[in-house]
Design a protein around this ligand. Structure first.
Ligand code: HSE
Length: 440
Protein backbone atom coordinates (compact mmCIF):
# COMPACT_ATOMS: atom_id res chain seq x y z
CA UNK A 1 0.00 0.00 0.00
CA UNK A 2 1.48 3.32 -1.03
CA UNK A 3 -0.99 5.31 1.09
CA UNK A 4 -4.01 4.72 3.30
CA UNK A 5 -7.07 6.39 1.82
CA UNK A 6 -9.38 8.20 4.23
CA UNK A 7 -12.95 9.29 3.50
CA UNK A 8 -14.66 11.70 5.87
CA UNK A 9 -18.42 11.91 6.31
CA UNK A 10 -19.46 14.91 8.41
CA UNK A 11 -17.23 17.96 8.07
CA UNK A 12 -17.81 19.63 11.42
CA UNK A 13 -15.56 20.71 14.29
CA UNK A 14 -14.00 17.28 14.85
CA UNK A 15 -13.61 16.68 11.11
CA UNK A 16 -11.71 19.96 10.87
CA UNK A 17 -9.50 18.78 13.75
CA UNK A 18 -8.73 15.56 11.91
CA UNK A 19 -7.95 17.36 8.65
CA UNK A 20 -5.71 19.89 10.35
CA UNK A 21 -3.86 17.16 12.27
CA UNK A 22 -3.35 15.13 9.08
CA UNK A 23 -1.97 18.25 7.43
CA UNK A 24 0.18 19.68 10.23
CA UNK A 25 1.58 16.32 11.37
CA UNK A 26 1.90 14.60 7.99
CA UNK A 27 5.62 14.09 8.36
CA UNK A 28 5.56 12.61 11.87
CA UNK A 29 2.59 10.41 10.93
CA UNK A 30 4.42 9.03 7.90
CA UNK A 31 7.62 8.57 9.89
CA UNK A 32 5.67 6.48 12.40
CA UNK A 33 3.50 4.61 9.91
CA UNK A 34 5.73 4.19 6.88
CA UNK A 35 3.02 5.40 4.50
CA UNK A 36 0.99 8.61 4.37
CA UNK A 37 -2.64 8.97 5.42
CA UNK A 38 -4.32 10.55 2.40
CA UNK A 39 -7.62 12.38 2.59
CA UNK A 40 -9.53 11.19 -0.50
CA UNK A 41 -13.05 12.56 -0.05
CA UNK A 42 -15.04 14.74 2.31
CA UNK A 43 -18.83 14.48 2.33
CA UNK A 44 -21.17 16.93 4.01
CA UNK A 45 -24.61 18.27 3.17
CA UNK A 46 -23.42 21.83 3.77
CA UNK A 47 -20.26 22.66 1.87
CA UNK A 48 -20.77 26.44 1.96
CA UNK A 49 -20.32 27.10 5.67
CA UNK A 50 -17.10 28.87 6.68
CA UNK A 51 -14.72 26.46 8.40
CA UNK A 52 -11.29 26.84 10.00
CA UNK A 53 -9.63 24.42 7.55
CA UNK A 54 -9.50 24.42 3.78
CA UNK A 55 -10.22 21.35 1.65
CA UNK A 56 -9.60 21.28 -2.13
CA UNK A 57 -12.75 21.60 -4.15
CA UNK A 58 -12.25 18.27 -5.97
CA UNK A 59 -12.36 16.32 -2.68
CA UNK A 60 -15.74 17.71 -1.65
CA UNK A 61 -19.11 16.07 -2.21
CA UNK A 62 -22.61 16.15 -0.79
CA UNK A 63 -23.14 12.51 -1.72
CA UNK A 64 -22.02 9.91 0.86
CA UNK A 65 -22.07 7.17 -1.80
CA UNK A 66 -19.05 8.81 -3.37
CA UNK A 67 -17.19 8.00 -0.15
CA UNK A 68 -18.65 4.53 0.36
CA UNK A 69 -17.99 3.48 -3.25
CA UNK A 70 -14.54 4.96 -3.66
CA UNK A 71 -12.06 2.10 -4.02
CA UNK A 72 -9.18 4.30 -2.91
CA UNK A 73 -10.81 4.78 0.49
CA UNK A 74 -9.80 2.16 3.03
CA UNK A 75 -11.22 3.85 6.12
CA UNK A 76 -14.46 5.79 6.47
CA UNK A 77 -14.50 8.35 9.28
CA UNK A 78 -18.08 8.83 10.46
CA UNK A 79 -18.47 12.24 12.10
CA UNK A 80 -22.01 13.07 11.07
CA UNK A 81 -23.41 12.16 14.50
CA UNK A 82 -26.96 11.08 15.27
CA UNK A 83 -28.32 7.57 15.38
CA UNK A 84 -30.35 6.31 12.42
CA UNK A 85 -28.46 7.56 9.38
CA UNK A 86 -25.06 7.08 11.02
CA UNK A 87 -25.90 3.47 11.91
CA UNK A 88 -26.95 2.70 8.33
CA UNK A 89 -23.89 4.39 6.94
CA UNK A 90 -21.49 2.44 9.16
CA UNK A 91 -23.17 -0.85 8.27
CA UNK A 92 -22.90 0.05 4.57
CA UNK A 93 -19.24 1.00 4.93
CA UNK A 94 -18.46 -2.32 6.64
CA UNK A 95 -20.33 -4.27 3.96
CA UNK A 96 -18.28 -2.50 1.31
CA UNK A 97 -15.11 -3.63 3.05
CA UNK A 98 -14.15 -0.32 4.68
CA UNK A 99 -12.87 0.03 8.21
CA UNK A 100 -14.66 2.68 10.25
CA UNK A 101 -13.53 5.35 12.68
CA UNK A 102 -16.23 7.10 14.66
CA UNK A 103 -16.55 9.60 17.49
CA UNK A 104 -20.25 8.82 17.81
CA UNK A 105 -20.67 7.80 21.43
CA UNK A 106 -24.46 8.07 21.30
CA UNK A 107 -24.53 5.59 18.43
CA UNK A 108 -22.17 3.18 20.17
CA UNK A 109 -24.07 3.45 23.44
CA UNK A 110 -27.32 2.57 21.65
CA UNK A 111 -26.17 0.22 18.90
CA UNK A 112 -22.54 -0.63 19.68
CA UNK A 113 -23.11 -4.35 20.31
CA UNK A 114 -24.82 -4.75 16.93
CA UNK A 115 -22.24 -2.63 15.08
CA UNK A 116 -19.25 -4.45 16.54
CA UNK A 117 -20.84 -7.76 15.59
CA UNK A 118 -21.37 -6.49 12.04
CA UNK A 119 -17.74 -5.39 11.86
CA UNK A 120 -16.65 -8.84 12.95
CA UNK A 121 -18.79 -10.58 10.37
CA UNK A 122 -17.29 -8.35 7.68
CA UNK A 123 -13.76 -8.84 9.03
CA UNK A 124 -13.45 -5.12 9.50
CA UNK A 125 -12.86 -2.91 12.55
CA UNK A 126 -14.72 0.00 14.11
CA UNK A 127 -12.29 2.24 16.00
CA UNK A 128 -13.75 4.68 18.50
CA UNK A 129 -11.06 6.38 20.60
CA UNK A 130 -12.61 9.81 19.99
CA UNK A 131 -15.96 8.72 21.39
CA UNK A 132 -14.83 9.08 25.02
CA UNK A 133 -12.69 11.79 26.58
CA UNK A 134 -11.80 13.74 23.41
CA UNK A 135 -8.03 13.62 23.06
CA UNK A 136 -7.40 11.38 26.08
CA UNK A 137 -6.49 7.80 25.10
CA UNK A 138 -8.99 6.16 27.45
CA UNK A 139 -10.11 3.41 25.08
CA UNK A 140 -6.54 2.44 24.31
CA UNK A 141 -5.66 2.44 28.01
CA UNK A 142 -8.54 0.15 28.88
CA UNK A 143 -8.10 -2.21 25.94
CA UNK A 144 -4.31 -2.35 25.86
CA UNK A 145 -2.37 -0.60 28.62
CA UNK A 146 -4.50 -2.09 31.42
CA UNK A 147 -5.29 -5.40 29.72
CA UNK A 148 -3.64 -7.40 32.50
CA UNK A 149 -5.87 -5.98 35.23
CA UNK A 150 -9.19 -6.73 36.80
CA UNK A 151 -10.72 -3.28 36.73
CA UNK A 152 -13.15 -2.59 39.54
CA UNK A 153 -13.64 1.17 39.49
CA UNK A 154 -13.72 3.86 36.88
CA UNK A 155 -14.96 7.32 37.61
CA UNK A 156 -14.38 10.86 36.50
CA UNK A 157 -15.41 13.85 34.47
CA UNK A 158 -16.39 12.85 30.95
CA UNK A 159 -18.20 15.86 29.56
CA UNK A 160 -16.25 19.00 28.70
CA UNK A 161 -19.32 21.18 28.27
CA UNK A 162 -20.79 20.38 31.67
CA UNK A 163 -17.41 20.77 33.33
CA UNK A 164 -16.90 24.09 31.57
CA UNK A 165 -20.33 25.32 32.70
CA UNK A 166 -19.78 24.29 36.33
CA UNK A 167 -16.30 25.82 36.34
CA UNK A 168 -17.56 29.15 34.99
CA UNK A 169 -20.51 29.18 37.41
CA UNK A 170 -18.18 28.41 40.34
CA UNK A 171 -15.24 30.64 39.51
CA UNK A 172 -16.67 33.28 37.20
CA UNK A 173 -20.06 33.68 38.86
CA UNK A 174 -21.72 33.20 35.47
CA UNK A 175 -25.32 32.16 35.09
CA UNK A 176 -25.98 28.71 33.69
CA UNK A 177 -27.14 30.15 30.34
CA UNK A 178 -24.14 32.45 29.92
CA UNK A 179 -21.73 29.60 30.67
CA UNK A 180 -23.53 27.30 28.21
CA UNK A 181 -23.31 30.03 25.55
CA UNK A 182 -19.54 30.21 26.02
CA UNK A 183 -19.18 26.40 25.81
CA UNK A 184 -21.14 26.38 22.56
CA UNK A 185 -19.02 29.15 21.09
CA UNK A 186 -15.88 27.17 21.87
CA UNK A 187 -17.18 24.12 19.99
CA UNK A 188 -17.41 21.84 23.03
CA UNK A 189 -21.17 21.27 23.09
CA UNK A 190 -23.05 18.65 21.12
CA UNK A 191 -25.32 19.76 18.26
CA UNK A 192 -28.06 19.21 20.83
CA UNK A 193 -26.52 20.57 24.07
CA UNK A 194 -29.31 18.95 26.09
CA UNK A 195 -27.24 15.77 25.83
CA UNK A 196 -24.37 17.55 27.61
CA UNK A 197 -26.32 19.31 30.34
CA UNK A 198 -28.78 16.52 31.11
CA UNK A 199 -25.94 14.02 31.54
CA UNK A 200 -26.77 11.77 28.58
CA UNK A 201 -23.50 12.41 26.78
CA UNK A 202 -21.65 11.38 29.93
CA UNK A 203 -23.92 8.33 30.22
CA UNK A 204 -23.13 7.33 26.62
CA UNK A 205 -19.42 7.46 27.45
CA UNK A 206 -19.82 5.64 30.76
CA UNK A 207 -21.79 2.84 29.07
CA UNK A 208 -18.86 2.37 26.68
CA UNK A 209 -16.03 2.46 29.22
CA UNK A 210 -18.05 0.38 31.70
CA UNK A 211 -18.38 -2.37 29.08
CA UNK A 212 -14.67 -2.22 28.26
CA UNK A 213 -13.72 -2.29 31.95
CA UNK A 214 -15.95 -5.09 33.15
CA UNK A 215 -16.37 -7.30 30.07
CA UNK A 216 -20.11 -6.77 29.67
CA UNK A 217 -22.13 -5.78 26.59
CA UNK A 218 -22.84 -2.06 26.28
CA UNK A 219 -26.01 -1.31 28.25
CA UNK A 220 -27.01 2.34 28.20
CA UNK A 221 -30.29 1.44 29.90
CA UNK A 222 -28.33 0.37 32.98
CA UNK A 223 -26.80 3.81 33.52
CA UNK A 224 -28.59 6.03 36.01
CA UNK A 225 -28.52 9.65 34.81
CA UNK A 226 -29.10 13.09 36.32
CA UNK A 227 -27.86 16.28 34.66
CA UNK A 228 -26.85 19.73 35.85
CA UNK A 229 -29.70 21.84 34.49
CA UNK A 230 -31.48 21.95 37.87
CA UNK A 231 -28.36 23.15 39.69
CA UNK A 232 -28.88 26.48 41.38
CA UNK A 233 -25.75 28.67 41.81
CA UNK A 234 -26.85 28.90 45.45
CA UNK A 235 -26.03 25.21 45.95
CA UNK A 236 -22.58 25.68 44.43
CA UNK A 237 -21.98 28.51 46.94
CA UNK A 238 -23.31 26.59 49.95
CA UNK A 239 -21.27 23.54 48.92
CA UNK A 240 -18.17 25.72 48.85
CA UNK A 241 -18.87 26.82 52.43
CA UNK A 242 -18.57 23.15 53.43
CA UNK A 243 -15.38 22.71 51.40
CA UNK A 244 -16.99 20.99 48.42
CA UNK A 245 -16.87 21.57 44.69
CA UNK A 246 -19.58 20.47 42.29
CA UNK A 247 -18.74 18.19 39.37
CA UNK A 248 -20.80 16.09 36.98
CA UNK A 249 -19.31 12.69 37.81
CA UNK A 250 -19.54 9.41 35.96
CA UNK A 251 -19.08 6.47 38.32
CA UNK A 252 -18.83 2.76 37.48
CA UNK A 253 -17.97 0.11 40.02
CA UNK A 254 -17.87 -3.65 39.98
CA UNK A 255 -18.28 -5.02 43.47
CA UNK A 256 -20.03 -7.86 45.21
CA UNK A 257 -20.81 -9.53 41.86
CA UNK A 258 -22.81 -6.52 40.67
CA UNK A 259 -22.01 -3.37 38.75
CA UNK A 260 -23.23 0.14 39.33
CA UNK A 261 -23.11 2.85 36.69
CA UNK A 262 -24.33 6.32 37.51
CA UNK A 263 -23.98 9.88 36.30
CA UNK A 264 -25.04 12.79 38.48
CA UNK A 265 -23.91 16.13 39.90
CA UNK A 266 -21.66 15.31 42.82
CA UNK A 267 -19.98 17.30 45.57
CA UNK A 268 -16.35 16.29 45.99
CA UNK A 269 -13.85 17.73 48.49
CA UNK A 270 -12.18 20.88 47.18
CA UNK A 271 -8.83 19.28 48.02
CA UNK A 272 -9.50 16.33 45.74
CA UNK A 273 -7.49 16.03 42.53
CA UNK A 274 -10.68 15.96 40.43
CA UNK A 275 -11.70 19.35 41.83
CA UNK A 276 -8.72 20.79 39.97
CA UNK A 277 -10.05 19.48 36.65
CA UNK A 278 -11.48 22.64 35.16
CA UNK A 279 -13.00 24.08 32.00
CA UNK A 280 -13.38 21.54 29.19
CA UNK A 281 -10.80 19.19 30.65
CA UNK A 282 -11.83 15.61 31.39
CA UNK A 283 -10.22 13.22 33.84
CA UNK A 284 -10.78 9.56 34.43
CA UNK A 285 -9.64 7.65 37.46
CA UNK A 286 -9.29 3.90 37.02
CA UNK A 287 -8.48 1.30 39.65
CA UNK A 288 -7.05 -2.02 38.50
CA UNK A 289 -6.01 -4.78 40.90
CA UNK A 290 -2.42 -4.83 39.63
CA UNK A 291 -1.78 -1.27 38.58
CA UNK A 292 -3.58 0.34 41.51
CA UNK A 293 -4.91 3.83 40.88
CA UNK A 294 -4.23 5.71 37.68
CA UNK A 295 -5.65 8.92 36.34
CA UNK A 296 -5.89 10.11 32.75
CA UNK A 297 -6.32 13.83 32.19
CA UNK A 298 -6.67 16.03 29.13
CA UNK A 299 -8.95 17.98 26.84
CA UNK A 300 -12.22 16.10 26.64
CA UNK A 301 -13.65 18.08 23.76
CA UNK A 302 -12.62 20.49 21.04
CA UNK A 303 -11.41 20.44 17.47
CA UNK A 304 -7.75 19.43 17.68
CA UNK A 305 -7.84 17.20 20.78
CA UNK A 306 -10.64 15.10 19.30
CA UNK A 307 -8.96 15.22 15.89
CA UNK A 308 -5.86 13.80 17.57
CA UNK A 309 -7.84 10.74 18.75
CA UNK A 310 -9.31 10.20 15.26
CA UNK A 311 -5.85 10.24 13.69
CA UNK A 312 -4.53 7.78 16.30
CA UNK A 313 -7.34 5.40 15.29
CA UNK A 314 -6.51 5.88 11.62
CA UNK A 315 -2.92 4.93 12.37
CA UNK A 316 -3.92 1.84 14.38
CA UNK A 317 -6.16 0.64 11.56
CA UNK A 318 -3.45 1.40 9.02
CA UNK A 319 -0.93 -0.71 10.91
CA UNK A 320 -3.37 -3.64 11.00
CA UNK A 321 -3.89 -3.26 7.25
CA UNK A 322 -0.19 -2.97 6.53
CA UNK A 323 0.56 -6.10 8.56
CA UNK A 324 -2.55 -8.00 7.44
CA UNK A 325 -3.92 -8.27 10.95
CA UNK A 326 -7.52 -8.43 12.02
CA UNK A 327 -9.16 -8.30 15.46
CA UNK A 328 -5.81 -8.15 17.19
CA UNK A 329 -7.66 -6.46 20.04
CA UNK A 330 -11.36 -7.25 20.57
CA UNK A 331 -13.63 -4.23 20.15
CA UNK A 332 -14.96 -4.46 23.70
CA UNK A 333 -11.55 -5.48 25.13
CA UNK A 334 -12.81 -9.02 25.89
CA UNK A 335 -13.26 -11.81 23.35
CA UNK A 336 -16.85 -11.62 22.07
CA UNK A 337 -17.75 -15.06 23.46
CA UNK A 338 -16.39 -14.06 26.89
CA UNK A 339 -18.41 -10.85 27.16
CA UNK A 340 -21.11 -11.58 29.72
CA UNK A 341 -24.02 -9.98 31.48
CA UNK A 342 -23.34 -8.89 35.07
CA UNK A 343 -26.25 -8.00 37.37
CA UNK A 344 -26.71 -4.28 37.89
CA UNK A 345 -26.97 -2.67 41.31
CA UNK A 346 -29.98 -0.34 41.14
CA UNK A 347 -29.56 3.31 42.11
CA UNK A 348 -31.97 2.73 45.02
CA UNK A 349 -29.26 0.58 46.68
CA UNK A 350 -26.56 3.25 46.36
CA UNK A 351 -25.03 4.42 49.61
CA UNK A 352 -23.55 7.94 49.74
CA UNK A 353 -23.51 11.03 51.87
CA UNK A 354 -25.93 13.79 50.89
CA UNK A 355 -26.26 17.55 50.72
CA UNK A 356 -29.84 18.75 51.20
CA UNK A 357 -31.19 22.28 50.84
CA UNK A 358 -34.64 22.62 52.33
CA UNK A 359 -36.72 25.71 51.63
CA UNK A 360 -38.74 26.17 54.77
CA UNK A 361 -40.68 28.77 56.75
CA UNK A 362 -38.59 30.41 59.43
CA UNK A 363 -40.18 29.34 62.71
CA UNK A 364 -39.24 27.28 65.75
CA UNK A 365 -39.51 23.52 65.38
CA UNK A 366 -38.92 23.31 61.62
CA UNK A 367 -35.41 21.97 61.94
CA UNK A 368 -36.33 19.33 64.50
CA UNK A 369 -39.32 18.19 62.43
CA UNK A 370 -37.11 17.68 59.37
CA UNK A 371 -34.33 16.02 61.37
CA UNK A 372 -36.94 13.76 62.99
CA UNK A 373 -38.19 12.48 59.63
CA UNK A 374 -34.62 11.90 58.45
CA UNK A 375 -33.86 9.97 61.64
CA UNK A 376 -36.96 7.81 61.17
CA UNK A 377 -35.43 6.61 57.88
CA UNK A 378 -32.05 5.94 59.46
CA UNK A 379 -30.46 9.06 57.98
CA UNK A 380 -27.99 10.71 60.30
CA UNK A 381 -27.20 14.42 60.04
CA UNK A 382 -23.51 15.38 59.93
CA UNK A 383 -23.79 19.18 59.71
CA UNK A 384 -26.44 21.85 59.39
CA UNK A 385 -26.59 25.56 58.69
CA UNK A 386 -29.59 27.78 58.43
CA UNK A 387 -29.08 30.77 56.23
CA UNK A 388 -30.67 33.87 57.66
CA UNK A 389 -31.58 35.26 54.26
CA UNK A 390 -35.11 35.03 52.94
CA UNK A 391 -34.94 33.86 49.37
CA UNK A 392 -37.83 33.18 47.09
CA UNK A 393 -39.53 30.05 48.39
CA UNK A 394 -38.41 30.22 52.04
CA UNK A 395 -35.35 30.22 54.23
CA UNK A 396 -32.63 27.82 53.07
CA UNK A 397 -31.67 25.15 55.57
CA UNK A 398 -28.62 23.24 54.40
CA UNK A 399 -27.81 19.81 55.81
CA UNK A 400 -25.10 17.29 55.18
CA UNK A 401 -25.72 13.65 56.08
CA UNK A 402 -23.58 10.69 56.91
CA UNK A 403 -23.81 7.75 54.51
CA UNK A 404 -27.39 6.85 53.73
CA UNK A 405 -29.20 4.45 51.41
CA UNK A 406 -30.71 6.15 48.36
CA UNK A 407 -34.13 4.49 48.70
CA UNK A 408 -34.45 5.75 52.30
CA UNK A 409 -33.37 9.24 51.25
CA UNK A 410 -36.03 9.37 48.56
CA UNK A 411 -38.78 8.26 50.91
CA UNK A 412 -37.67 10.73 53.57
CA UNK A 413 -37.56 13.65 51.12
CA UNK A 414 -41.00 12.77 49.78
CA UNK A 415 -42.38 12.98 53.30
CA UNK A 416 -40.51 16.19 54.10
CA UNK A 417 -41.63 17.90 50.90
CA UNK A 418 -45.26 17.30 51.90
CA UNK A 419 -44.90 19.28 55.14
CA UNK A 420 -46.74 22.63 55.20
CA UNK A 421 -43.63 24.29 56.57
CA UNK A 422 -41.59 23.23 53.50
CA UNK A 423 -42.25 25.67 50.66
CA UNK A 424 -40.39 24.18 47.68
CA UNK A 425 -39.02 20.81 46.59
CA UNK A 426 -35.82 19.94 48.45
CA UNK A 427 -32.60 20.10 46.49
CA UNK A 428 -30.45 17.02 47.06
CA UNK A 429 -26.95 16.41 45.78
CA UNK A 430 -24.86 13.31 46.44
CA UNK A 431 -21.46 13.74 48.07
CA UNK A 432 -18.57 11.40 47.29
CA UNK A 433 -15.68 11.69 49.65
CA UNK A 434 -15.18 8.25 51.19
CA UNK A 435 -14.32 6.16 48.14
CA UNK A 436 -12.44 8.98 46.44
CA UNK A 437 -9.93 9.22 49.29
CA UNK A 438 -7.48 6.88 47.66
CA UNK A 439 -6.48 9.43 45.04
CA UNK A 440 -6.82 12.69 46.94
N1 HSE B 1 -19.99 17.52 23.93
C1 HSE B 1 -18.92 16.69 24.35
C2 HSE B 1 -18.34 17.29 25.61
C3 HSE B 1 -17.88 16.62 23.28
O1 HSE B 1 -18.66 18.43 25.94
O2 HSE B 1 -17.58 16.62 26.29
C4 HSE B 1 -16.88 15.53 23.48
O3 HSE B 1 -17.46 14.29 23.51
Amino acid sequence: MAAIGVGLIGWGTVGCGMIQTLHDNARVIENRLGVPLRLVKVADLDLERTRPVHVSEELLTTNVSEVLDDREIHVVVELMGGLGAARTLILQALERGKHVVTANKALLAHHGNELFEAARKNKRTIAFEASVGGGIPIIKSLREGLAGNQIDTIFGILNGTANYILTRMTEGGLSFDAALGEAKAKGYAEADPTLDIEGMDTAHKLAIVGALSFGTPIHLDQVYVEGISAIDPLDIQFGEEFGYQLKLLAIARHHGGRIEMRVHPTFIPRSHILAGVKDAYNAVHIHGNSVGNIMLYGMGAGMLPTGSAIVADLMDLSRDMLFNLHERIPSLAFLPDRVQEIPIRPISDTVTCYYFRFSAVDRPGVLSRIAGILASYGISVAAVIQKGREIEGGVPIVMLTHEAVESSVRRALEEIDQLDMVLAPTQSIRIEDQDLDSIS
